[in-house]
Design a protein around this ligand. Structure first.
Ligand code: HEC
Length: 261
């Protein structure tokens, strides 16, 4: 038991260190911390925001980036109805099951399917993007230390390069990019690009904020349950510590009334 605990501790510590070491953080600027509804020990997701973020993903990012660990039916957890989910899935095509002759044909996706990748393979993805592969975004918020802050900073951080700096062809200056100042993704967002039905501002800033929140959810869909359990465990431990203290006082209480010698 103790050995297992120690092992688990070592592994989590090691994993955190390995993650910090893996990333050659050559970004010129650190992302600014934003206020998120999901920050802090009791933070929760804002479903309306997640739905807007999904809309941005679907209308803009999905052209180049996959979301392979998310199934259409998972969208129920951010407030879509089964009918809406059926309709969303039907907009995508996935590989079907083999027919009697073993041929595989494409068919419209169903709620149980996962979001299909926009390209058949990495070679096709690289070919379409001047040699760079747009990564799957399911876990992106966890793969970068600053998570949602990073994605938000990256999407809003495009600027003309400083005087004298040469940026290669098909690359764009972005001081927040974790792998250097030039990124092979053109600025993906523009004002009024996505139609929000709820009156939220249709600006790059708002789109970036919403899609970053959505990608935090895809990377950590059980966050709310985990935080709730964590809080309950802390309350239990506090009560338990109090109880243990009272018990200790009672067991060791001096019941003879004599002065200790
Ligand atoms: C036209 C294709 C295209 C679109 C549309 C697009 N991207 Fe990208 N994206 C790329 C490419 C290519 C890269 C790889 C860039 C590189 O390695 O230099 C990339 C990289 C990224 C990265 C990774 C940065 C890193 O640290 O590795 C994130 C995050 C990202 N995109 C988010 C988004 C989001 C969110 C959207 C939608 C708002 C979006 N992208 C739309 C092509 C695209």
């Amino acid at each position: 038991m103790i050995r297992q605990l120690l092992y688990a501790l070592l592994m989590t510590g090691g994993a955190a260190m390995a993650q910090a070491d893996d990333l050659p953080d050559t970004a010129l600027k650190q992302p600014e911390a934003q206020a998120w509804s999901f920050s802090g020990v009791s933070g929760t997701y804002d479903k309306a925001q997640l739905q807007r973020g999904f809309q941005v993903y679907k209308d803009v990012c999905a052209a180049c980036h996959g979301l392979k660990f998310v199934a259409f039916r998972d969208l129920r957890k951010i407030g879509y109805t089964p009918e809406q989910i059926k309709a969303i899935a039907a907009e995508y095509e996935v590989e079907g099951e083999p027919d009697g002759e073993g041929e595989v044909h494409k068919r419209p996706a169903r709620p149980g399917d996962y979001f299909p990748a926009p390209y058949a393979n990495d070679e096709a993805a690289a070919f379409a993007n001047n040699g760079s592969v747009p990564a799957d975004l399911s876990l992106m918020a966890r793969a970068r230390e600053a998570g949602a802050d990073y994605i938000h900073a990256l999407l809003t951080g495009y600027k003309p390069p400083p005087a004298g700096m040469e940026i290669g062809e098909n690359n764009w200056y972005n001081p927040y990019f974790a792998f250097g100042e030039a990124i092979a993704m053109a600025e993906p967002l523009a004002d009024r690009m996505v139609d929000y039905g709820d009156g939220s501002p249709q600006t790059v800033e708002q789109y970036a904020r919403d899609v970053s929140a959505f990608l935090t959810w895809t990377a950590d869909p059980h966050m709310e349950r985990r935080k709730k359990t964590g809080l309950r465990v802390m309350v239990f431990l506090l009560l338990f510590a109090g109880l243990a203290y009272c018990t200790k006082r009672q067991i060791w209480a001096d019941k003879t009334g004599q002065e200790p010698k």
